[in-house]
Design a protein around this ligand. Structure first.
Ligand SMILES: [Fe+2]
Ligand SMILES: [Fe+2]
Length: 320
C-alpha cells in the first residue's frame, strides 16, 4: 500500500512501481541496479542481470526501451463531404458553407426609425448614441466599420445564449428566437471577417476592442436578464447608427475619398456577389443586413412592450 501525492492510499505492485520510476526519473540506471539487485544475490558477488522488460498494461504499451508508454488516440477531425461551387470548383471556406450564403435584400427601407416615446426607449436611444460615440470616433471608415462589428456581434450571442438556457430551464420552446439571434451574431461576425480583409486594426484599436468587449458583454448580459426589452431596443438603435455609418462610408467612396477597391473573396462568396464586385457593393449589402437586424431587435422589443415573451411570436428566421 502506497500513499499518493493527494494523500490517498492506493495499491501498487512492485512491477508498477518500477515502471513509474523508469518513466519519470532520469536516475533510472541507479534505480535499475537497485531493482535488479533487490532480492537477488548481488551481495554474494554475482553479476547484475538486466531488469525484466515492463509488460504492457491495459492503459499503455511497451516501448522499444522497455518502458510503458501511454496509448495515443489518433483522432484528427471528422471527414465530411467537401462542398463545391456551382462551377464544380472546391469551396474554399471552412467557416461557412454554400448553403449559408445568400443574396441580401437591398431594397429594405433604410430610413425606418422607431421614435423613442417611453422612458425605456429614450434611455435605449441615449445609450446607443453614447456607445456609438465611442465606436464612431474613427474617421477611417473601414476601421470604423470593423470596430462597430466587434461590438455588434455580441448582443445576438448573449441573447441567444440566455434564451437557450431559459428554454432548458423552463422546458419550453423558444419560438425560433434562439436561432434568429444566433444567426444575427454569426452574420455580424461575418461582417467583421470581411472588413478585416480591408483594414488591419492598430494596437490601440485592439486594446479598445478588448476593453469594450469585456465591459459590454457583461453589461449587456445583465441588462438582457433584467430588462430584455431595453436590451433589444438598444440594439435596434445601435443598428440604426450602423446604417447611418455605412451610408457615410458609401458617400465617401462616391466622392472618391475612399478607393473603391475590389471586394474581398470572402464577401463575394458569402453574399453571392458578382466576381467583379467592389467594396461599395460590400458596404451596401452589409448596410442591408444592419437594417434587417434593426427590424428584428425593434420587433423583439415590441413583443416585450406588449407584455409577452418572445416565444409567443414566431421569430423571423432567415431574415436577411
Ligand atoms: Fe454588422
Ligand atoms: Fe447589425
Amino acid at each position: 500500500m502506497k500513499k499518493g501525492v493527494t494523500g490517498i492510499f492506493y495499491a501498487i505492485s512492485e512491477q508498477q512501481e518500477r515502471s513509474i520510476l523508469l518513466r519519470h526519473y532520469s536516475v533510472a540506471p541507479a534505480l535499475l541496479r537497485y531493482f535488479s539487485s533487490k532480492g537477488s544475490a548481488s551481495s554474494t558477488g554475482e553479476t547484475h542481470t538486466p531488469p525484466p522488460s515492463v509488460k504492457p498494461s491495459n492503459s499503455g504499451s511497451a516501448g522499444g526501451d522497455g518502458t510503458a508508454k501511454p496509448v495515443l488516440s489518433h483522432y484528427w477531425g471528422i471527414v465530411t463531404k467537401r462542398p463545391v461551387r456551382e462551377d464544380g470548383k472546391a469551396w474554399p471556406w471552412n467557416s461557412f458553407r454554400p448553403t449559408d450564403a445568400y443574396t441580401p435584400d437591398v431594397s429594405i427601407d433604410l430610413k425606418k426609425h422607431h421614435t423613442p416615446l417611453s422612458f425605456v426607449d429614450k434611455f435605449a436611444y441615449w445609450t446607443s448614441y453614447k456607445l456609438g460615440l465611442v465606436l464612431f470616433l474613427q474617421r477611417r471608415y473601414g476601421c470604423r466599420a470593423m470596430m462597430l462589428e466587434t461590438v455588434a456581434a455580441v448582443p445576438g450571442m448573449v441573447g441567444g445564449m440566455l434564451l437557450h438556457c431559459r428554454s432548458l430551464r423552463r422546458f419550453e420552446h423558444s419560438g425560433g428566437w434562439i436561432k434568429a439571434l444566433l444567426e444575427e451574431a454569426e452574420n455580424e461576425r461575418m461582417h467583421l471577417m470581411t472588413f478585416m480583409e480591408v483594414v488591419q486594426p492598430k494596437w490601440y484599436e485592439r486594446a479598445l476592442v478588448f476593453a469594450v468587449q469585456g465591459v459590454f458583454f457583461n453589461a449587456y448580459m445583465v441588462c438582457y436578464i433584467a430588462f430584455p426589452r431595453l436590451a433589444h431596443r438598444i440594439v435596434g438603435y445601435l443598428e440604426e447608427e450602423a446604417i447611418h455609418s455605412y451610408t457615410e462610408y458609401i458617400k465617401e467612396i462616391d466622392k472618391g475619398n475612399i478607393p473603391n477597391t475590389p471586394a474581398p473573396a470572402i464577401a463575394i462568396d458569402y453574399w453571392r456577389l458578382p466576381k467583379d464586385a467592389k467594396i461599395r457593393d460590400v458596404v451596401q449589402v452589409v448596410r442591408a443586413d444592419e437594417a434587417h437586424h434593426r427590424d428584428v431587435n425593434h420587433f423583439a422589443a415590441d413583443i416585450h412592450l406588449k407584455g409577452k415573451q418572445l416565444r409567443e411570436a414566431p421569430a423571423p428566421l432567415g431574415y436577411h
